[in-house]
Design a protein around this ligand. Sequence first.
Ligand code: SF4
Length: 357
Amino acid sequence: MGNTCIALAGALRLLGADFVIPPYTTKKTLNLGSKHSPEVVCLPYKLVLGNYLEAIEAGADTVLMIDSPGTCRLGQYSEIARNAIRDMGYNVKFINMDLYKGKIFELYSGFSEATGNNNPADLIRAVKIALIKVELLDKLDNIYSYHRAREIKKGSAKTIYTKSLKLLDEAMTPGECKKAAQKSSLLFSGLPVNKYKPVLHVDLTGEIYVVIDHFSNMDIENELGKLGVQVHRKIKLSDWTDSFLKPRLFKFNETHGEKVKKLAKDFIKRDVGGDALESIGDTVYAGENKSDGVIHLLPFTCMPEIISQNILPVVTREKDIPVLSLVLDEFTGRAGFITRLEAFIDLIKRRSELKAG
Ligand code: SF4
């Protein structure tokens, strides 16, 4: 899922594990996952299954999976994937970290079982480094988004972003992570940008997997950057870890989940699973904070997001905020997807020019 592997690899490296990172998702991964999945299951499952299969082909003999709290299909992913992999004849160990049961303690025991390292100090350091990297990855994406929309030489921000990801990946301690983040800031501050360029501000929300994963969302943030848009990605992995993994004692501020629940309350009364509340709350926030528009991403057949998609037109009307919902599955064509993006950006550009008089 996007760059999440950088954070998890940091933890596994620290625990001395011999691990396999499968190749980043490609069309081949998707075809492989789709071939062995129920037809109507949501896109993230197909991609995750494809990732497992490619990792197993590359030599992995153990698969670690997170089951997350919530009321959607994510809670069934590991069970269905385990059965599918066994039916294909692979003999791999499957470790399921069931966050319904014990949140952070499940992480400790999952990492310990997978790596054979039972040292509590190492396990705490491993989870800590993963959480630090998750937070820094999100901060890096924000800095990248600002510079990408204003870069003078096309592609120059991406070069620095790629370098920064490598620096963060190589960092082994919290101190090294801090130094990597400082070096990235320095590199970005030296990048020539047009600070006065008028850019559009678009908020990106929706189902967490497709919002974060640049394969399944056709690298939407980059495409929007090329159109001179600064993307404000509202769904972040660090918000998820804050909500579900951080002990209450260390939560000093209101979490994103708590904030969107309040914002969405006039439009939906209860959590319907997945990220539906987030999609609605984020759109209300965008309307109240004069964003130029919202792009809402959802996988085909995602039940929670079908609900939010049906509520968003009311939010558009009441909060005066344009929303484009884009449904993603293995049949989504790139050309049509980009055309819809361009049309939406044209529309909000004209709208903001009209408003400015
Ligand atoms: S939120 Fe939607 S796409 Fe994501 S796992 Fe749940 S049902 Fe599937």
